[in-house]
Design a protein around this ligand. Structure first.
Ligand code: ZN
Ligand code: CU
Length: 484
């Protein structure tokens, strides 16, 4: 009997996510799964899409996001991601997660990146997962729980010190319960004030449940500038002591005096991988973005304001221009803008390319979804890697680019049956034009959809169609690390 599917995408150039060479063929989908790949000439379907040779890839996995709240806020928040072909996001990064913690007032920066008052109501990860399921989402969510969130809660806001044993025990239990309720790992943001007073030993103690429960440790390291090598060593030590894989977030060599040092960091990461697992993600821009921190500003590093509570009209403006207009120095100008966010030109394009091209790297946007004038990585990361770095600059093949956004990411995080086009895998798919795909979001005009992304499916259901936008469907699910 001839095969009957819900959907067949015919005559596509299939990039299967493993890095294997592209091949021409058809993909059949029934329910939430890919049921056949190859020549499906004898099969029929309720819906047939003629790809005419355009590219079909596994849906992109955004390895580093701050979408904890955005995933439940509908197309208004998630069009930035689904319009790039993203079907899965990793939330809870940099030690910042929306659960497990309940706060009456907005917590200190950088926790305010993801939620103001009213959103800090998830006393457990289970509560968060329940709300996510109830509201639904355009994308699949893979979640970490954050040390900063747990510190602010356990230490009742008094975080500029080492945690006491009882507080560490409280956090450790939080991690354990969160993993039992569907979280996949634990993240830190040791660079930030609420986290910087945590010693290596505190991190090891809080992370301890990861080993028995098969979780992963992910970190925005203590220092990505002068002490970047020491920070990588600290991360490795934590992984070794806890006995789990570790993940370095948004790997970079920050500040002008450290430009070029990816020639040191990458060999160090390779050496560490001889004896333990260390992975890393990166985003394709020479500028970073986070909350505005006046005491860390420098005259020689350009900064743009992304949001400001007292001065919302200054979003998108350069801090140096504001300081000139106000007749102050940049630090005083920044104080006036708080709480606020910043884009910082803190990297060397050569390092960005070297890290991106390294065979171990995977792509994560680090987009900040609720900023008034966000860093363009929020809307442009994945099409930029495909269009600019793979097609135009030939930093690597399209096959490799896609592997860094799909198959490699899924296997390192333990996302079972995702990130690959093969029979039996989930039907997370993106159809795009490999000749035209490119980001259009810029630092000046960041909220722009990309070109060349034609249709996106999560778990077999369309979430985005070019020309129409978000479909309004919410087929996304919570994805939990496969623990075998
Ligand atoms: Zn970070
Ligand atoms: Cu981040």
């Amino acid at each position: 009997m001839a095969l009957r599917c819900d959907l067949i995408i015919r005559d596509a150039t299939i990039f299967d996510g493993t890095g294997a060479p592209r091949r021409r063929g058809d993909v059949g989908v029934t329910g939430d799964r890919i049921v056949a790949v190859g020549d499906l000439g004898g099969a029929s379907a309720d819906r047939e899409v003629l790809a005419h040779g355009r590219a079909l890839a596994p849906g992109f996995i955004d390895a580093h996001t701050h979408d904890d709240r955005a995933v439940m806020c509908g197309p208004e928040c998630m069009t930035c991601k689904i319009s790039q072909g993203v079907t899965t996001v990793v939330v809870g990064n940099c030690g910042v997660s929306l659960s497990p913690a309940r706060f009456k007032r907005t917590p200190p920066p950088p926790l305010d990146l993801i939620g103001e008052e009213g959103w800090w109501r998830f006393d457990s990860f289970g509560d968060y997962a329940h709300e996510l399921k109830k509201r639904g989402s355009e994308v699949n969510t893979y979640a970490l729980v954050g040390h900063q969130t747990m510190r602010v809660e356990a230490m009742d806001g008094d975080v500029m010190r080492v945690a006491k044993d009882s507080e560490i025990e409280h956090m450790r239990l939080r991690v354990k319960n969160s993993l039992a309720e569907g979280a996949s790992g634990f993240s830190t943001g040791l660079y930030y004030p609420p986290n910087m007073h945590a010693t290596t030993e505190e991190v090891i103690a809080v992370a301890e449940p990861l080993r028995a429960m098969g979780g992963i440790y992910v970190t925005h390291m203590r220092d990505e500038a002068d002490r970047v090598l020491a920070s990588i060593e600290e991360t490795a030590k934590i992984g070794k002591r806890v006995g789990v894989p570790v993940w370095v977030s948004h790997h970079k060599c920050s500040m002008p005096e450290n430009y070029g040092r990816s020639t040191q960091t990458l060999p160090l990461i390779e050496a560490i991988n001889q004896t333990q697992d260390m992975f890393f993600d990166m985003y394709p821009y020479p500028a970073g973005s986070t909350v505005l921190m006046p005491d860390r500003l420098r005259e020689d590093v350009k900064v743009m304001i992304t949001w400001s509570i007292p001065h919302p009209e200054m979003a998108g403006k350069y801090l140096s221009d504001l300081a000139r207009g106000w007749n102050t120095d940049i630090r005083q100008a920044a104080e006036r803008l708080l709480p606020a966010g910043q884009v910082t030109w803190q990297m060397d394009e050569e390092d960005v390319r070297r890290i991106m091209a390294h065979p171990m790297s995977v792509i994560g946007s680090d987009g900040i979804p609720h900023d008034a004038h966000p860093h363009p990585r929020l809307w442009g990361t994945f099409p930029r890697v495909l269009g600019l770095y793979a097609r135009e600059l030939r930093l690597f093949s399209v096959e490799t680019a896609i592997h860094k956004m799909t198959g490699r990411t899924a296997s390192l995080f333990g996302m079972l049956d995702r990130g690959e086009i093969r029979e039996g895998a989930y039907a997370d798919l993106v159809l795009f034009d490999a000749d035209t795909v490119i980001d259009r979001a810029t630092f000046e005009d960041p909220k722009q959809t990309s070109e060349g992304i034609e249709e996106v499916w999560a778990n077999g259901t369309p979430t985005y169609v070019a020309g129409k936008g978000a479909t309004g469907e919410k087929p996304g699910r919570l994805v939990t690390r496969n623990r075998v």
